[in-house]
Design a protein around this ligand. Structure first.
Ligand SMILES: [Mg+2]
Length: 368
């Protein structure tokens, strides 16, 4: 693939309601899109890093900077490449996986559009629709949480994930479980807000028949997750800890988790995500697709990824309307508690560039 030029688009997209986790509150997405143009096709990728370095060390200003100063010049200096070459071409850049994932996504989209192959087919997907859930932020009151949860169940979601933090955990989960009943799949996400001293407290969650508890401790503290996994019956899932194939292998060997959350932006791209999927499948460990409040572009990548066979738990993918009044692509619409997997070439979505322009997007153009 010979790249004619690359564009970086940057804009803010308001959220329909503030999203609060143990890290802080988001009112909008600070979006970077990568657009790659070749003679044969264009391709789009979305950078999912946060505006603040709170989820991990990346943040949008830094991701933009690393794309402009290193990743784009490295790709131009290399000359024609396949999407599969990208990780090797930029391997001197340490980390910055959200920025790399966005660039690789755009290259893959362009390559697959030119080849006439859908992303699900390319990755080895086996589903035509993927079951999805909704991630619910921390609310001002437990009554609010119950009302919001009931609203999503009424929308059709069969799986809810509740964000928890110290002081907002056992009682909120109890109230939601009582309100939605046993038929709704329920899981919780602590975003690393707890310490080893909290294990007995968190064990109280065992009575609510949760699918899993996600990332209770610091990302590099695999041993405490392994201790927790021995002492509670609720399956422990890792998110922030799973930064690479090697980290996944270590976590599995230590029995630090029995479920893995895969996020394209956290592990450096769709190809690394597929490798982690394959490793977990070989270990008999189910995976599911996490979410970073993606627009329709990143959501398309997530849906295709979640069509792989070992994505056996519903993903945090959700319909566009859960996050945005208007998406920047065709809206993702819930069908039952699932999203349909696109079968058109590449990501299978089209960016509404006029709408993006109306959001005040800046466009940076880069040529070889
Ligand atoms: Mg998480």
């Amino acid at each position: 693939m010979k790249i004619n030029h690359i564009e970086l688009l940057r804009f803010q997209l308001p959220l329909v309601r503030p999203f609060r986790t143990s890290f802080g509150t988001q009112n909008h997405r600070d979006v970077i899109l990568v657009r790659v143009e070749t003679d044969a096709a264009e391709g789009w990728g979305e950078c999912v890093v946060g505006v603040d370095p709170f989820y991990n060390e990346e943040y949008t200003d830094a991701a933009y900077g690393v794309l402009v100063r290193w990743l784009i010049p490295m790709v131009f200096a290399h000359g024609p490449l396949a999407a599969e070459d990208f990780a090797g071409v930029v391997s001197n850049v340490v980390g910055n996986k959200g920025a790399k994932a966005a660039f690789e996504m755009a290259l893959l989209d362009a390559q697959l559009r030119a080849d006439g192959v859908s992303l699900t087919t390319y990755l080895g997907g086996t589903r035509t629709a993927v079951p999805v859930g909704v991630s619910i932020g921390i609310t001002p009151t437990v009554d609010d949480l119950v009302a919001v949860s009931q609203g999503y169940v009424a929308d059709g979601y069969a799986r809810l994930k509740l964000k928890i933090e110290p002081g907002f955990d056992v009682e909120p989960v109890r109230r939601v479980r009582e309100a939605v009943g046993d038929s709704v799949m329920l899981q919780v996400d602590a975003n690393a807000a707890y310490t080893e001293a909290d294990i007995d407290h968190l064990a109280q969650l065992d009575e609510f028949n949760l699918l899993l508890i996600e990332q209770p401790f610091e990302p590099d503290d695999l041993l405490t997750h392994a201790t927790m996994a021995k002492r509670v019956s609720t399956p422990v899932c890792l998110d922030e800890s799973i930064v690479s194939l090697g980290a996944t292998r270590t976590a599995l060997e230590l029995a630090a988790c029995s479920v893995v959350n895969v996020k394209v932006g956290r592990v450096g791209g769709l190809l690394a995500s597929r490798d982690i999927h394959d490793l977990c499948a070989a270990h008999g460990v189910p995976v599911w697709c996490g979410g970073m409040l993606e627009t329709g572009v990143g959501r398309a990548a997530n849906v295709a990824l979640a069509s792989l066979p070992n994505f056996t738990l519903p993903g945090d993918i959700s319909a566009s309307a859960r996050y945005f009044d208007r998406d920047i692509t065709e809206p993702w619409v819930l069908q039952g508690s699932s999203l349909a997997v696109p079968t058109t070439p590449g990501l299978g979505v089209n960016v509404d560039e006029a709408f993006v322009a109306s959001l005040g997007a800046t466009r940076g153009l880069f040529r070889p």
